[in-house]
Design a protein around this ligand. Sequence first.
Ligand code: HSE
Length: 435
Amino acid sequence: MKSVQIGICGLGTVGSGVYNILQRNAELINCRANSAITVTHIGSRRDNPLCDIGQTRISRDIFEVARDPDIDIVVELIGGTSVAFDLVMMSIKHGKHVVTANKALIAENGAEIIAAAEQRGVIVAFEAAVAGGIPIVKALREGLAGNRINWLAGIINGTSNFILSEMASKGRAFPDVLAEAQAKGYAEADPTFDIEGIDAAHKLAILASLAFSIPLNIEGIFIQGITQLQQLDIVYARELGYAIKHLGIARQTDEGVELRVHPTLIPEASVIAGVNGVLNAVMVDADALGSSLYYGRGAGSEPTASSVLADIVDISRTLDNPPSSWVPTLGCPLTRLVEQEMIPVTNIETCYYLRFSMFDAPGALSDATKIMAEAGISIEAIIQKEQPVGIDYVNVIVVTNRIPERLLNAALSKIEQLSSVQGSVFIIRLEHLDQ
Ligand code: HSE
């Protein structure tokens, strides 16, 4: 059996998980990789009490790992895009294969990294970068290789899903749940990446590249996080038969691709609506297969490490084969990826949940619904609750039919100008995930 030596850079939540699983399942993993896999060098500024590394060499300078002549695969788990970029590029330069869980790095610098790897004849693998332990990269790149992907939609940030699920099921406050997600190691070092949708956008860029054979690119993705949502939206949505999930949506249209990340109402009866806590799920609609769903833990130590190990096993098996026999990193060779037009969010067409505050006076509601009717917006559902004595403003909730977003926006600015309407109209996009 050939020997494969691994260098792990970063011994945090995921790094310790990789080390621990490799010890626990060594025999099985070696058998599957047809190699004797050993971690022989760790690069980490500090030790991790969750991981007993015994006599394994540890360097406080992670670049020592990239320079170590005995290392075959460098596992980059430090996160961020500056030091991590330098580490990955140096590893490639030294002829190391690279495994990373770093979605920001792949989404933002993937083109340069993969080009360097192709030129040097090494592999860069990133299964762990999207949806934690779910093998969605392999599914899109290999399992669905014979399909044209129509669209995909997924819960791809575990932290946001954990927060929304706890707010919905237990009525817990946002900051309290976020603190728990951080303590459990789900959240990014900067949790605004999770709650403002940036982490999900990085993952969507990777999924879109794999699905549509387009270059990695985060420009043009519409990004909205969960911080503007209120508990009352979750309650009203449920009353109307919907759950609110933070989704990444990628759709192939005749005009180009639509890439967007935002809170979304989805029917409570849909499978994805039942995906709660840190779980992720990606639904893919493909021309030959139809719909398929990939579901599992999207963050955390061992779930994410599970994907890192899958890449280590894949690379170990491949080491003796020529690069021409390897599965291209993004499904197609870099030179075969084709740019497409990015459709701006104002040009999408979907259904909407609208919430606005209105003075409780005769005719006020009909002024608003008249504007909608004139814009061709059909109201599918409406809620207005009786208010306690002394409160003059009421919340009005409207669910619309499908309409181009630019037409909706034009109607909403007229509604916001009505003297009876207070503040702006809050909108949440609504998808049925069936077309
Ligand atoms: N912060 C990420 C999440 C970790 O919550 O999904 C996994 O990528």
